[in-house]
Design a binder for this molecule. Structure first.
Ligand code: PLP
Length: 494
């Protein structure tokens, strides 16, 4: 399978090259030239497999130049009981007779980023071998919380890689900060940046485009790489759990083979829902794809009107991982919806950069609306969604609550009674403050104590690693100014 750039489809790369490069030089995203099909017989076979074996099989269809036994080993390592707290890895929880929740937060950092970031480092180091790259990949990341921790956890002690994460000094939750500064591993580094997330992010972007720095690093045997969801190696592992969830419904005799299922996905950068769309492209019987946003409803408007317009206020919400106005993976969908018109994608992306707005053709809008529904949910509705499911005995986080609410809205509006799965992207224990308030409790002062408080009140067990943060050794205390980030990188790679 070859990969092309969404901005120039004559540019072709192997999977290993696409994963090593991350982003195409022309700014486009690497996308498979075609989608391998998944037959009904194959779905039946997948039903008999464990999660790691399903992952190796599905990824093998896109990574033909990787050895099957390597992929099997990577999957066993990524989705092991050492890392995940349930053998199902991505379990389905039944909510009512035709609704399930796909829990993607049973990994080491309690957020769904683990599903991809436990796999990406292994794909990357294999890709380095296959492309005969001798230099060490230095992953630089700016994080607003979940990505940095999940990336470090994935890259910790992976050969031929080092990872340095920058986070805004006062822009992440205390739990998220503790998760990062206690990270273990000989090849990891963490540093706070004075400023907000945009400052940290801009600082990292500047480092990436600094040619002099690149040359300096190359002389020392390093090249810069990214763990962002623009990397194909992050999207691919995410296809697996949609197919796996379908198999689990079949195994539980809840549906018949070939029967469509709707998915509702809480969306930020459009990576997670894009993976579901790609699974549908392979032939998985997915009905409607419901794109759930919080108050930052740029995608809702886009799906409804065909106009993408980021010129609007940015809201800070209780579902911070979805506080985003530019969803970078949407570019891959545009490419597909336009029937592979790279010049059109290039034009839209130029308009977006210059005016913050573009409008797709009527044909693209129609195709998009056949498959996608867009909805959003405000802060009060998020809280009442948490309270409502809690009354039914199910404790969910703020991001998941957005998806649950938008699914309910969609059903009311459309009358569509297709069985549906909404996707749960974080453990409620990552957002104790908002979750406790939503169920009518007053959170205690100390953020680590809130975990125990929520266990006491709800009786729901907390993820062992989050509970274990209390008393864990702090390894990283560095704080740097924006202007000193380069020096931080150089001393990290000494
Ligand atoms: C990253 C994240 C999302 C958004 O996922 P995208 O792939 O960016 O759409 C939603 N919820 C949580 C908890 C996340 O960490």
């Amino acid at each position: 399978m070859e990969y092309l750039s969404t901005r120039d489809k004559t540019l072709r790369k192997s999977a290993a090259q696409a994963i090593t490069m991350g982003l195409s030089r022309d700014g486009g995203l690497f996308t498979p030239v075609s989608f391998p099909s998944l037959s009904a017989l194959e779905v039946e076979t997948l039903c008999t497999m464990s999660y790691p074996r399903r992952a190796a099989y599905i990824m093998g269809k896109y990574l033909e130049d990787f050895r099957a036994e390597d992929l099997a080993r990577f999957a066993e390592r990524a989705y092991s009981l050492e890392k995940f707290d349930t053998p199902a890895i991505a379990p389905l929880r039944k909510v009512d007779g035709r609704t399930w929740c796909l829990e993607l937060w049973h990994g080491p950092t309690s957020a769904f980023k683990d599903m991809a970031l436990q796999m990406l480092p292994q794909l990357l180091s294999a890709s380095l071998r296959m492309t005969e790259e001798k230099k060490t990949a230095c992953i630089l990341a700016a994080t607003s919380g979940d990505t940095g921790k999940a990336a470090m956890e994935g890259f910790a002690d992976v050969e031929q890689t080092k990872i340095l994460v920058f986070y805004p000094e006062n822009g992440v939750s205390e739990i998220q900060k503790l998760q990062m500064v206690t990270q273990e591993g000989g090849n990891v580094g963490v540093c706070a940046v004075k400023g907000n997330f945009d400052d940290a992010q801009n600082g990292v972007k500047r480092l990436f485009s600094d040619e002099a720095l690149r040359e300096k690093l190359a002389r020392r045997g390093y090249f810069l790489s990214s763990a962002n969801s623009i990397n194909w190696g992050r999207i691919l592992p995410q296809l697996v759990y949609y197919i796996s969830a379908y198999c689990d419904l079949l195994n539980a005799k809840e549906i018949k083979l070939g029967q469509p299922v709707n998915f509702c996905v809480p969306t930020g950068n459009f990576g997670n829902i894009l993976a579901c769309y790609y699974a549908k492209r392979m032939g998985l019987p997915v009905g409607k794809l419901i794109c759930a946003s919080n108050r930052n409803d740029v995608l809702t408007d886009f799906i409804r009107t065909g106009i993408y317009d980021r010129n609007r206020p940015f809201h800070t919400t209780m579902s911070p991982s979805m506080d985003i106005l530019i969803s970078s993976n949407l570019e891959r969908l545009l490419f597909d919806m336009s029937g592979g018109k790279d010049e059109l994608v290039r034009e839209y992306m130029e308009q977006l950069a210059q005016t913050g707005r573009y409008e797709v053709t009527p044909g693209m809008k129609r195709r998009m609306q056949e498959i996608f529904y867009g909805g959003f949910c405000g802060e009060e509705e998020t809280a009442s969604s948490i309270a409502m499911l809690y009354r039914y005995g199910y404790l969910i986080d703020t991001h998941t609550a957005v998806a649950a609410k938008v699914l309910t809205d969609y059903r009311k509006k459309s009358g569509d009674r297709t069985p549906a799965i909404f996707v749960s992207t974080a453990s409620p224990y990552k957002f104790c403050d908002s979750v406790l308030s939503s169920i009518g409790q007053v959170p205690v002062e100390n953020s680590v104590e809130r975990i125990a408080q929520m266990v006491d009140i709800t009786g729901v067990a907390a993820p062992v690693r989050l509970a274990g943060l209390k008393g864990k050794e702090i390894r990283f205390r560095d704080v740097t100014g924006m202007e000193l980030m380069e020096e931080k990188v150089l001393s990290f790679l000494e």
